[in-house]
Design a protein around this ligand. Structure first.
Ligand SMILES: Cc1cc2nc3c(=O)[nH]c(=O)nc-3n(C[C@H](O)[C@H](O)[C@H](O)COP(=O)(O)OP(=O)(O)OC[C@H]3O[C@@H](n4cnc5c(N)ncnc54)[C@H](O)[C@@H]3O)c2cc1C
Length: 185
């Protein structure tokens, strides 16, 4: 495959994204071009035992962790109370926090995936979303590859922060991977 972005559009990547927070998935949803998605129902799926994402800065702080998990556990309790009161799941779902983990099927063509990685591997993107993209990149790298190096590894190779592709940082402040544009031109 040549490094022409039009040819990348003919490669579809179909992913099951499971265990990421609804908040991270919401950010993935802002990427529209070249994508299709299906999401787990909040009407038919029971979330009384929902899992939830715990950011490292919270898990590493015992007081913060206590406050955070208490609230999440309270949500689960309230979910059960409402179920016992015959409130349908589609209404109870309004209490689910953005941090609850969910599952989606996500189809994206390789050109759009590389664009998504450019934006979401940038250090300005939220760390859970950066991790999600790193996980996709890792999964692609682990797929069987062609002898000529033009297989999935080739797509993964192009999944970099945008500054690596541009050669400079186009944000207001550089994290240091690449210098600001004004510093090199
Ligand atoms: C660090 C970070 C912070 C963000 N913060 C916010 C936020 O606070 N609020 C928020 O709402 N979003 C936020 N976003 C989302 C961002 O604004 C984009 O919606 C998202 O990154 C998708 O990018 P995109 O439009 O390039 O992708 P896609 O929708 O996949 O589009 C791909 C490309 O197609 C072209 N294109 C797409 N749509 C059109 C169109 N209608 N007309 C012409 N050309 C088009 C553009 O060239 C675009 O880059 C954030 C993103 C990042 C990375």
């Amino acid at each position: 495959m040549a490094n022409h972005t039009r040819t990348f559009e003919f490669v579809d990547v179909v992913l099951e994204l499971d265990g990421y927070s609804a908040r991270a998935i919401r950010e993935i949803y802002t990427h529209i071009i070249g994508t299709s998605r299906l999401q787990a129902s909040t009407r038919y799926i029971n979330y009384e035992n929902m899992d939830y994402f715990i950011p490292p800065k919270i898990s590493n702080n015992s007081e913060a962790l206590k406050a955070y998990t208490e609230l999440m556990e309270q949500v689960k309790e309230t979910y059960k109370i409402l179920a016992a009161l015959d409130i349908p799941q589609e209404d109870t779902a309004n209490i689910l926090p953005l941090g609850h983990t969910t599952k989606i099927a996500f189809k994206i063509n390789a050109r759009a995936l590389i664009h998504l990685a450019h934006l979401r591997l940038c250090s300005r993107a939220y760390h859970e979303v950066r991790q999600l993209i790193k996980d996709i990149k890792q999964a692609l790298s682990e797929l069987d590859n062609r002898e000529d190096g033009q297989g999935w590894d080739y797509i993964a190779y192009h999944m970099t922060p945008k500054c690596v592709s541009l050669g400079y940082c186009d944000e207001a402040k550089s994290c240091g991977i690449r210098p600001l544009k004004k510093e090199i031109i």
